[in-house]
Structure formats: C-alpha cells, structure tokens
Design a protein around this ligand. Structure first.
Ligand SMILES: [Zn+2]
Length: 191
C-alpha cells in the first residue's frame, strides 16, 4: 500500500525472497527517477575531479607490471577483494586488441591467484566503471560453502559482513601478489 497521493511502488522482484538476498522484512521499490540529459562526470573526466589511479604510485598496489596494476580494496566481508587497473589512463573502449587480449589473460590469472588463497569457492568479476573513468574491474573471492553469497548479491554481502581482519587481509593479498608474480611483474604486497 502506498500513502495517499504517492505513485504506487513497482512490484517487488522475486529475488527479494531468495536466500542470497541480504535483506528481509517489509521492502518497497524506490521510485524510479526521470533520466538526466547525460551521465554526470566521473573522476578523471572534465568536471569529475582528479583521477586517483593516475596519481597513485606503485607502492599503493599489491602487484604491478608494465601495463597493469592490481590494488587491494579496503578489508571487506570476503577474504579477497581487489581491483585490476590499466597503468595508463584508458577506459574499456580505449583498449586495443593487444590490451584486450591481455585483459582476458589478467582476469584468468587473477582467478587462479585469488583461488590460491585457499577456501575460495568462486572468483566473481565485475566491471561497472560508473564512478571512475580509469579502467578498473572488481574481483571478489567468495568463501567456499557460502551458499548465501552466490551470484549478484555478493558485493552487498561484502559490505555487510564484518571485514576480514587486517593481518589476514594483508596475508591474502601477499598470496595473490606472489601468484601473479610467478608469471610476470612485481609483487608489492609481502607476507
Ligand atoms: Zn587515470
């Protein structure tokens, strides 16, 4: 029921009843807003503020090579959460065929490197790119056996569950960095 005078909410989707959905209780769909004429500028675009990735030194990353860098997210409710970035300021549609091919290899290498931490059921990969214009992908290591964290709700669970303790987080990052450095590049994160 919507209060008098308000547009009735859209019906709730089925997934709010699924066990992977992190919320329960009475829910209501937020009113969809009309579209703006265009997207607002992202960081690294005119009017969107400076690009943090371009300003960051290699010491702020866990692993680097000539064209790619991997950084740790702040500790979250999953054992591993990292970003894969291009070293140069490029967006996804700027990648030439060679870089696009390397991107595929980097995703697969990271999938293996994150699994090397142990206890990982699946590595989830996402590209949104709505906040920063410098190309970056999100990679999450989902804990094995975490039946409530399957699929598209994992990023929400990662924000909801207590963060992984800092020392364990750093140790996991060192494993990921060392695994990547077995093939190429330099591990910055150390055990
Ligand atoms: Zn940049």
């Amino acid at each position: 029921m919507s209060p008098a005078g308000e547009t009735p909410s859209l019906p709730l989707p089925e997934f709010v009843e699924w066990s992977i959905f992190p919320f329960e209780g009475e829910l209501r769909v937020r009113q969809p807003k009309p579209l703006y004429p265009t997207d607002r500028p992202r960081s690294g675009e005119p009017g969107g503020g400076p690009c943090h990735a371009c300003a960051a030194g290699d010491d702020e990353y866990i692993w680097v090579d000539k064209r790619w860098r991997v950084s740790a997210a702040r500790p979250s409710g999953v054992p591993v959460q990292v970003f894969l970035e291009t070293r140069e300021h490029l967006d996804m549609d700027d990648l030439d065929d060679e870089m696009a091919g390397e991107l595929g290899q980097m995703i697969v290498r990271l999938d293996r490197a994150i699994q090397a931490v142990g206890g990982i059921g699946r590595v989830h990969v996402a590209r949104w790119g709505d906040g920063g214009s410098h190309f970056h992908m999100w990679l999450y290591g989902r804990p094995r056996g975490a039946g409530q964290m399957l699929g598209f709700c994992l990023p929400m669970w990662a924000e909801i569950l207590p963060p992984t303790p800092e020392d364990l987080w750093q140790a996991n990052m060192a494993v990921v960095a060392a695994e990547l450095a077995e093939v190429s590049g330099t591990a910055i994160a150390r055990p």
